[in-house]
Ligand binder design. Structure first.
Ligand code: SAH
Length: 208
């Protein structure tokens, strides 16, 4: 999988490739899908949610430019796979998941794998995690209609935030950089994440 990420998907960041080589992806998928864990596809994890494709996880991790001294906030824990990659790269990882059963399964996996620098909570991530702010890096792994304002407020000076922004089923990766007097915004490649639902996200039921 790591060889394909480098050769076929253009992933260059050595720390990201090393992290993807260390985290056992099969531990984050359901037992009957384990044979497909290292394929290039997204897979269902229950509750109508998915574990992202390895290439998307790698690309987002690369774009985020995570340093070993960084405190990172992740929105959308899901299986906890991206959380584990971030735990390999950063000093501290805070991750929020809105579906309790997914958060519980992710907490168990992260504990079993021995990561002691991760905190996962059940909460609407569109409101951020004010008690643990500010964050050097923020990664949103669900598709948002727009950037939730509380996340900008919780970004450290010179911080970076990566978020899929756009429609309910199709988005573009957007990178925000906190500069001295303004926030710089750059639009990147097309992606397809499940919707970010919540106070500053999509409405859970009717798609508005
Ligand atoms: N990064 C995950 C994939 C995430 S799928 C992985 O590697 O497995 C997106 C996740 O975001 C889903 O689990 C969904 O329940 C969650 N989510 C959606 N809206 C959210 C919100 N407002 N706060 C926190 N989590 C949310």
């Amino acid at each position: 999988m790591v060889r394909r990420l480098a050769a076929d998907f253009g992933v260059r960041d050595r720390r990201v490739l090393a992290a993807m080589g260390r985290v056992p992806r099969h531990r984050f998928v359901r037992p009957h899908l384990r044979a497909q864990a290292y394929s290039v596809h997204a897979l269902p994890i229950g509750e109508a949610q998915t574990i992202s494709q390895p290439a998307v996880v790698a690309r987002m991790s690369e774009l985020l430019k995570v340093g070993s001294e960084h405190s990172v906030l992740e929105i959308g824990t899901g299986s906890g796979y991206q959380t584990a990659i971030l735990a390999e790269l950063a000093r501290r990882v805070f991750s929020l998941e809105i579906v309790p059963s997914l958060a519980q399964a992710a907490i168990r996996r992260i504990r079993e794998l021995g990561y002691d620098n991760v905190k996962i909570q059940v909460f609407d991530g569109t409101c951020g995690w004010s008690d643990a702010a500010p964050f050097d890096r923020i990664l949103v792994t669900a598709g948002a209609p727009a950037l939730p304002e509380p996340l900008v407020e919780q970004l450290a000076p010179r911080g970076r935030l990566v978020i899929p922004e756009g429609e309910r089923t199709a988005q573009r990766l957007v990178v925000y950089d906190q500069r001295a007097k303004s926030v710089h915004r750059r639009v990147g490649e097309a992606v397809a994440f499940v919707p970010l639902v919540g106070k500053h996200g999509w409405n859970a039921e009717n798609g508005s």
